[in-house]
Design a protein around this ligand. Structure first.
Ligand SMILES: Nc1ncnc2c1ncn2[C@@H]1O[C@H](COP(=O)(O)OP(=O)(O)OP(=O)(O)O)[C@@H](O)[C@H]1O
Ligand SMILES: [Mg+2]
Length: 338
């Protein structure tokens, strides 16, 4: 039976043109998000997590464009839309953003406008998508701020961003994301700037919102501890590609790609420190504009073979729902590779 996917990203290609250089920020990326579940997207800095998310919403910077692939959004069993068919400023996409698919941006703490009250900023998003009177909208927002654990929400509605702590501002960003009850929430590093206790609270809030509203979530992070905590499925990215995809158990108990194995070597306790988990991997990521004939991970891979420098690995399915892009498994899945 075909699984119930709310979002399917297929062979997505996003490029940046910077002068004469082309950066393949997202390279043949495919993954599926099952309805009502949480997908973690992990990988070290610069591997293309944010650009993938921005491509889904077509909120890319001017220098970037989608070169190919599809983003299939299935709000109901009767309807599937290919979001890459729409122009980035089209009416269709503008109505989907925020209402159907909401995003908490990386560095969102600085994206609150200092000159408007918190309530006004949430109101703006809500009234863009829902026909509510000012009074109704205000009530809904105050209820949401309360649900998100913001004390005295009526008073806080009128406060300005500078009157909020980092954790509180992050809650406001979640409120902006969740106020229209979106089908999909994309949260890009929603807790990176926060301390451990607040991190845990924010994650619990996202989980709670998901349970109450049935939201499907894409959680971008480079913290494997956070992934272990709340994700159902995991996509591991390296230099613009998904190198491994599987359920939480498949990735944590049975990782196949040498990069995934390295990532998991020292899974930090939740919030133990932002980048500690990546220190065990030798070498650094090559310049993003480097074009590889073979596998991008080959220069750092302890298991690299001649073939890895010559040809790019295919995706192979090692068991149901578990895919890896690595020549080490060529024999094992010859019939399934693509
Ligand atoms: N505005 C931009 N202009 C040029 N190149 C960019 C821009 N934004 C991203 N890139 C390039 O695209 C690639 C992917 O970047 P992206 O921001 O998606 O990484 P990331 O995985 O989100 O990293 P981080 O964990 O640091 O947030 C990188 O090589 C980056 O240099
Ligand atoms: Mg990012």
């Amino acid at each position: 039976m075909e699984k119930d996917y709310i979002l399917q990203v297929k062979n997505l290609e996003t490029r940046f043109k910077i002068g004469k250089k082309t950066v393949h920020a997202v390279n043949d990326v495919s993954f599926n998000l099952r309805r009502g579940t949480t997908l973690g997207v992990v990988g070290e800095s610069g591997c293309g997590k944010s650009v993938t998310a921005l491509s889904i919403m077509q909120l890319l910077p001017k220098a970037a464009h989608i070169e190919g692939g599809q983003v299939l959004y299935t709000p109901s069993p009767e309807q599937t839309l290919n979001l890459t068919d729409f122009k980035r400023n089209s009416k269709e996409l503008r109505s989907i953003r925020g209402k159907d698919i909401a995003m908490i941006f990386q560095d969102s703490l600085s994206s609150l406008d200092p000159v408007y009250s918190i309530g006004w900023q949430i109101m703006e998003n809500l009234r863009m998508h829902e026909k509510l009177s000012k009074k109704e909208a205000k009530e809904k927002i105050i209820r949401m701020l309360g649900e998100l654990g913001i004390p005295s929400p009526e008073d806080r509605f009128k406060s300005y961003p500078f009157e909020f702590s980092g954790g509180m501002k992050q809650r406001v960003m979640i409120a902006i994301g969740m106020i229209c009850n979106p089908n999909i929430l994309i949260a890009d590093e929603p807790t990176t700037a926060l301390d451990v206790t607040i991190q845990a609270q924010i994650l619990a809030l996202i989980k709670q919102m998901q349970q109450e509203h049935g939201t499907s979530v894409i959680l971008i992070t480079h913290n494997m501890g956070i992934v272990a905590e709340i994700c159902d499925e995991v996509a591991v990215m390296y230099m613009g590609r998904v190198v491994e995809f599987g359920s939480l158990l498949q990735i944590f108990e049975n990782p196949h790609h040498p990069y995934t194995k390295a990532l998991l070597k020292s899974v930090p306790v939740l919030g133990m420190g932002k980048d500690t988990e990546l220190e065990s991997i030798e070498g650094t990521t090559p310049d993003a504009s480097t074009v590889f004939k073979g596998c991008e991970f080959e220069p750092r891979c302890p298991f690299a073979m001649k073939k890895c420098t010559e040809e790019h690995p295919m995706v192979c399915e090692i068991e149901e729902g578990h895919e890896v892009r690595c020549w080490l498994y060529e024999e094992k899945c010859k019939d399934d590779r693509r």
